[in-house]
Design a protein around this ligand. Sequence first.
Ligand code: C5P
Length: 212
Amino acid sequence: MIIAVDGPAASGKGTIARALARHYKLPHLDTGLLYRAVGLTVIDKGGDPADAAAAIGACGFPDAMLDDPRLKGDAAGNAASVVSAIPAVREALLERQRRFAAQPGGAVLDGRDIGTVIAPEADAKLFVRATSAIRARRRHDELVKAGSTLSYDRVLADIKARDLRDSTRGAAPLRQANDAALLDTSYMSVETAIAHAIELVEAQRARSIPPA
Ligand code: C5P
């Protein structure tokens, strides 16, 4: 079974995807990490993430880069959102994601375009969202715990800028697939959101299994 989980930054999609992977005993890929690795590689080399040649050159990053703790930081996130708007970067990362999705037994992938571009054939698709104020509050709490001194207002502004870039770019913009179930986690605890996600996946699975 392939499960596609899409949604904007800090919507809860990563937590939900990891929980679904545990529940269904499937491997999980956080596809945002691939774009973050490209963005961070460009920055490390002193380049500009908006420079297409530099970003394309960074797509061959080594697998070990995916374990770099700096990938979780805001600098990598913002650079990822810039490089991900470059069509050739998306193209260069496509095969790797499709191979992961196509492995025997299936997989859970989370990102922005899993249900629309990477795995349109997915057996279950969720689109996870929450208000920008609530997403900024969650991200700010995480950053403060990690020792960051960024203000809430700055985090909210970053989230809004990323939403705008991700949803207005020409290449694979962030949008809910027509056949994806919507899950708004704004006023849900993590446990409730996970329970709803499992129910939605079960409902989609039941629909796709032809009656005996
Ligand atoms: O999900 P995460 O915040 O780690 O993603 C970082 C950035 O990578 C996003 O803002 C988005 O621009 C980009 N991304 C994407 N397509 C994906 C996953 C992430 O464009 N499938």
